[in-house]
Design a protein around this ligand. Structure first.
Ligand code: HEM
Length: 458
């Protein structure tokens, strides 16, 4: 026996090859190209194949472009993965703690079980009136011919709605206060428009100190509200009451600290994404007069001038198609990420433990293999039979599998009701001097808002 044969041969558990991908620079990998033009870069990389390997500094990342591989990541082989490292930045953690978006394993499973009933369709339906009423109130403050940033208006409105549905009216003053602080808080994320936030950033700069102080201020408000509600024991019919009352099989309930994390998570996850879906819908309607006409025809026919309510939802089919098509072209969550917990395989390729894997709604939703005229805004494509024709994960604005968005009904209902309430009363003309641009940060935002001129509906 030769010496070489005598040595134990260390083989990888999987014999599958590694996927192809760009080499990138020696130290940075593909970081620079990614930062320079994120959406272009993730789209161009598809030319390497359905599974593409790249590197950000010392982190290896796979990009997945095929719906069946995305399904494996999120659903069929979900147990091999946890959330991507990008979600574990100390900034983000200080804000949302161990809430539903960030937690893992048995802890996440228990919290999801406790929170789930608060998001059942029936329970969510009772929030419809709040949504419409708050929207009417906002429209009352708008003047015809006025220039406004509709993205900012949608963010304020959806924040008010999520605070109201979480905490009910007894805290409407706090809602404004929390809103102001939150708006300041998300700025640090916006200024890090890159995957740079995958790297720990613990420098005690003044900006960081301001950030941590602001989070402490929200903490104080949220803990006070929780304490007051526990003391009163009154069921306000809001999400906080649901979460407070939620009991596990063994009778245990959430502690104040857990409640705080869940409430912060719902604040953040529950308003910005919905506001973006609405903002992009208004942008698309303002640039597609035919679709806008059809939208108005539906509103006139179904509502005839009155405000909508949840019982109108099944009839507002074109409005719902607009919402779906807008989230296809401008998915508020434009990427989902995971980290491999163990060595595994995807799409016939080896995935070493620790690999970061990403699926991009932005790219897959615009893939000509699944959508004809993929860049065109065509709400009509969302006919009832489309789900049968489309691979399951060709369209996944709310993610999928066990970690699917818990607020998807809440969001769809809110988008359709707000579109209908606003579309009944006003229409928007794009401000010709303003250029609308996409800014992919944690979510897909309009870089400088969406400036419009308010026009009455005639
Ligand atoms: C258009 C609006 C929305 C979009 C596009 C959206 C998108 C998503 C996506 C893609 C995920 C999965 C992330 C992943 O797998 O890594 C997610 C998770 C989540 N979303 Fe949403 N979301 C929206 C609205 C909402 C609303 C209204 C709420 C709550 C009121 C909410 C609460 C959550 C929570 C708590 C999770 C984590 C669920 C878990 O892991 O158990 N979202 N969302």
């Amino acid at each position: 026996m030769s010496k070489a044969e005598a040595l134990p041969v260390k083989r990888p558990a999987s014999q599958a090859p590694l996927p192809p991908g760009p080499k990138g620079s020696l130290i940075m990998g593909v970081m620079r190209e990614f930062n320079r033009d994120t959406l272009g870069f993730i789209t161009r990389l598809r030319d390497y194949g359905d599974v593409v390997r790249s590197r950000f500094l010392y982190l290896h990342a796979y990009f997945l472009y095929n719906p069946s591989d995305i399904e494996a990541l999120l659903t069929t082989n979900a147990k091999s993965y946890r959330k991507a490292r990008s979600l574990r930045s100390p900034f983000f953690y200080r804000l949302v703690g161990n809430g539903l978006v960030t937690s893992e394993g048995d802890f996440w499973r228990r919290q999801r079980r406790l929170a789930q009933p608060a998001f059942h369709r029936q329970r969510i339906s009772s929030y419809g009136d709040v949504m419409v009423q708050y929207t009417e109130r906002a429209i009352d403050t708008w003047k015809h011919g006025e220039r406004r940033d509709i993205a900012r208006d949608m963010t304020r409105l959806t924040l008010e709605i999520v605070v109201k549905t979480l905490f009910n009216s007894d805290v409407s003053n706090d809602a404004d206060h929390i809103g102001q602080i939150l708006t300041g808080l998300v700025k640090p994320f916006a200024s890090q428009a890159t995957l740079k936030w995958i790297l720990d950033n613990r420098l005690p700069t003044p900006g960081h100190r301001r950030y941590f102080n602001a989070v402490s201020e929200i903490d104080r408000i949220v803990f006070r509200i929780i304490a007051e509600r526990r003391a009163s024991g009154y069921d306000e019919g809001d999400l906080l009451s649901m979460l407070l009352q939620a009991q596990d099989d063994d009778g245990t309930q959430m502690t104040d600290a857990q409640l705080r994390d869940e409430v912060m998570t719902l604040f953040l996850a529950g308003h910005e994404t919905t506001a973006l879906a609405l903002s992009w819908s208004w942008y698309l309607l303002a640039t597609h007069p035919d679709a806008e006409t059809k939208f108005h025809e539906e509103l006139d026919e179904v509502l005839g001038g009155r405000a909508p309510n949840v019982s109108d939802l099944p009839k507002l089919t074109y409005t719902e198609m607009i919402a779906k098509e807008s989230m296809r072209l401008y998915p508020p969550a434009y990427a989902v990420g995971r980290e491999a917990l163990e060595e595994t395989e995807i799409g016939g390729f080896r995935v070493p433990k620790g690999t970061q894997l990403f699926a991009f709604q932005w790219v897959t939703h615009r893939d000509a293999r699944y959508f004809d005229e993929p860049d065109a805004f065509k709400p009509e494509r969302w006919t009832p039979d489309v789900a049968e024709r489309l691979p399951k994960y060709a369209y996944f604005p709310f993610g999928g599998g066990p970690r699917q968005c818990i607020g998807n009904y809440f969001a769809m209902m809110e988008i359709v009701l707000l579109l209908a309430t606003i579309g009944q009363r006003v229409r928007f003309e794009l401000d010709p001097e303003h250029k609308v641009e996409v800014l992919p940060v944690l979510s897909l935002r309009p870089r400088n808002g969406i400036k419009v001129i308010i026009e009455p509906r005639i």
